[in-house]
Design a protein. Sequence first.
Length: 117
Amino acid sequence: MKYKIAALLAIYLQMSTVNLHASPDGSDLLLACNHALDTGFDSIQGQMCTWYVLPCNCSYDEELPAVCAPDDIEVSALARIIVTGLKNNEDFMNQTATNSATIILSKTFPCHDYSDE
């Protein structure tokens, strides 16, 4: 009986912790940014959209391209670019929100290396 309880407890713990480290994907970002654009970014979805659409170029992931967006660009403009990019490429829907947003923005705002000049 002890083993059955322990096994059931182990299964329950595995099931309850599966999504602890899950990060939002492109489809989550699309929903959040659409909602944010409709409501003026005054919600948890607006905060999520803002977090992912503001490029940081933090160099925490060397495989992601750098983004060189203008400093004065509005969050809503970035969100529209992200929404359009997500709608136009279904592959981004299953990638993490960070990957999707960074790749989409890097195509619009690529960084150019001027060190060769």
